[in-house]
Design a protein around this ligand. Sequence first.
Ligand code: ARG
Length: 465
Amino acid sequence: MSHQDKLWGGRFQEPTDQFVERFTASVLFDQRMYSQDIRGSMAHAEMLFQVGILSQEEWNAIAEGLTQIKAEIESGQFEWRVDLEDVHMNIEARLTDRIGIAGKKLHTGRSRNDQVATDIRLYMRDSLDAIRGLLQRLMQTLLDRAEEEAATIMPGFTHLQVAQPVTFGHHLMAWFEMIWRDDERLIDVRRRINRMPLGSAALAGTSYPIDRVMTARLLGFDAICENSLDAVSDRDFAIEFCSAASLMMMHLSRMAEELVLWSSSQFAFVELPDRFCTGSSIMPQKKNPDVPELLRGKTGRVYGHLVSLLTLMKSQPLAYNKDNQEDKEPLFDTVDTLQGCLRAMSDMVPHLQPDRQRMRSAALQGYATATDLADYLVRKNLPFRDAHEVVGKIVHFCIEQNLELTDLTVAQFQQFHKDIGSDIYHVLALEGSVSLRNHVGGTAPAQVREAVRRARVRLSESAGN
Ligand code: ARG
């Protein structure tokens, strides 16, 4: 293409260097915003018609032309041209091809700077809503599983050492809380995404009598960006989204790590369905937890995208700079990665098969009810620190003799403290231990069921937000 054919070719004396043309083009990745670009152009043209800048015929021609271009793109007939640089100029050039002079009027009162900023916000809004849908699904799944496993006993860990018995349902509800906060953050990020830059034009606004509020209403924006310089250069919302996404990936990686641990033969707490695992080409016995491992691994690239965007924006003078074109690939990859990982996790959770017997015996093995024994002595009026000391000695004895706490006779217990009676066995039982933690936020099965019930209410109220 010669420079005279470029949409901005007027002031140029020689064609763009071919390498530079490819180097500066974004169409290979920003074409994914085609529907947002067309939506934005439709609203802009309708506003131009309403305020009298375009005639009825021109507006009709633009609307029809854009609708046909959308169909061309979706049926794979549209030819994306690198020499036309980006999604905006590809669509605009095609419009002029189709409808002639009216197509050239579409760009009145706007610039690619406010156009691209608007497109990304529309794209992010759509993506965020889709991601929230996936979060809702994952949360529903976790609630269903937590209810089923409300009374399933497993060891709870600190320092990855057996600490106290908990219920599997309680553990799943801890995962739920992480995801719940992720969703809260997205609701908040959406408020700042959903403001409209369009009408800021290149940087200073436009001399045409545009009605920005009308365009914003047509596009479903909550508000317009107040300052034209800020509007074309602001990418805070992209950074905020990547930051919320990084936290989500961190949460998913923690869950994934637990699945990797639990599905190992050392733990064997849960079995992952075969269809989420792969084998080894050399070791026939292997069943590898590839999906959770990949979730864990993909966290890194999302953190990387957050740092890319922060660095991209650092020290940029007002207003738009070409640097900003670099915002798209990190953002798009964040959206794709997150969607894939959320889907994988929600597909896995319903099919985790817990080995309840195995979880129970793991909780029995690690002296997990030692704290309950200390609490028992406190109820017999011993100060907690002294009780802690007595129980420490009992545990030491058991380790040396290779015994569990429940293997000791009352007489043996009484050698450590005279007040220990035969009611101690109830205290040492796992079921007794968990049911005693019967307050809001505790692990007792009754509390887990209550937590699930409250969470269902929260979830149904937030779905409409
Ligand atoms: N492709 C560009 C981007 O992604 C669109 C805006 C270009 N504006 C400009 N003045 N060169 O940022």
